[in-house]
Design a binder for this molecule. Sequence first.
Ligand code: AMP
Ligand code: ZN
Length: 502
Amino acid sequence: MGTGAPMTETADHPLTLFNSLTRSAEPFVPVHADEARVYSCGPTVYNYPHIGNMRAYVFADTLGRVLTWKGYDLTHVINITDVGHLTDDADAGEDKMEKMAAAKAQSIWDIARHYTEAYWADVKALNIRQPAKWTIATDYIDEMLEFAKQIAPKHCYELDSGLYFDVSTVADYGRLARAVTEEGPENEHARIEAVDGKRNAADFAIWRKTPVGEKRQMEWDSPWGKGAPGWHLECSVMSGKVLGFPFDIHTGGIDHREIHHPNEIAQNQAFCECGALSDAANSGANVWMHNNFLVERSGKMSKSSGEFLRLQLLIDKGYHPLAYRMLCLQAHYRSELEFSWEGLGAALVRLKRLLGSARNLLELVTDGATLDSVRATVTHQKLTPLVDKFDAALSDDLNTAVALTVLEEAVAVKKVDQEQKASLVGAMLSALGLPLVPREEFRIRPKGAVVEESEIEDAMERRKAARAEKDFAASDAIRDELAAKGVEVMDGDPLGWEWRLS
Ligand code: AMP
Ligand code: ZN
């Protein structure tokens, strides 16, 4: 671990993480010794998550697993936004939840429950660990009001539409985003819709009043009238309340670096009565980490255009969901990742090959191991350099792409103590969040496939019998019959897969 690691003869690789606030890789130094407290911005549950959204949680989960691997006692919090996120991140437009509820003529609470459950199903399918706490925004309205009341006198002003945060009242406003705009041409705040009476273009609503004569499905009393909290307020309150300011790491997708997180930071500075951001702790969290986007060839991934890339669509097409996790792990989280079906297919083959080779170790694998526990049990000279290489890769700002290749090397090592090898491979799989799923689970029947699995197995048995009797005409006929139903017979597959749906 980063602090107090035991003395070993092997090299120590301090965990280094890229901090978006300073735009540099920094050694991780926990706020509380041996602990890691992490907050991840969660989904807005007005629709199904697309697989781009899920990349943010595969990343956050991998970060958590690496912290566990390094020996830190992890407290991870992910929120569920069920109120307050407008159709434009910069506080313009309608509440996404209200809009969907109106379109579907359903209650917001039902909408929120349905899409939260859909999101949790994807979390499970991608082997994302349960965080210590899911904070639901509407459970924290009282705390949001307290927070807003505390910062309002010095930092906010009231307009007809709500209570606004004056960004000129805190030091270094927008530093997290400004560093980007120095690198690139676009200033996100230039496109923020003007609201009459706003003092600065970047000022944002922390409380949105319900317009006179209207009634919202979700609204609460406040000193500024009936209304609902702003999205940025929610995350400041839930992260600070559960983890305490300053906590260690705040994560989100790279879009949050532009508006949502700068606004959270401004509120945190106001709440903590903190100074400039030259001290990262003044932002509320020591490290701000952002995953880059999953993109489609045609551009930005969206929930409204083209084929909606939900995890379920991948499963419906016959891909095991963990193939998507594999696809994410093959890229660095800070690199843009282009989605393609060919890429997903290749990731699936690699995953099957990896797990197929590790399968003989199945009985021996232990989950949730740490670097220290691995070092205590894995002493064979063919394996210890791999422990080091794996640790070096993960410690280098989560270089999962390299860590995967080291895992494959470990699986391929011959003539070593099987128990030691199993401990190592099991720990590596768990650090990357790849469970040893049974081989049969990879045989997913695409939706609409015209053939039942039992029917395929029957045909395969008949074909085996024909071949045993050297009746090759019959065996070929069965193969053709299966091919006509979209089933490819895989003679001689090195992993022993007998057939697959093509
Ligand atoms: P939302 O539900 O819109 O609040 O988004 C949930 C998470 O997904 C946030 O952390 C976003 O930054 C992240 N996100 C949105 N689109 C993508 C994408 N295409 N690739 C990766 N992360 C994304
Ligand atoms: Zn957030």
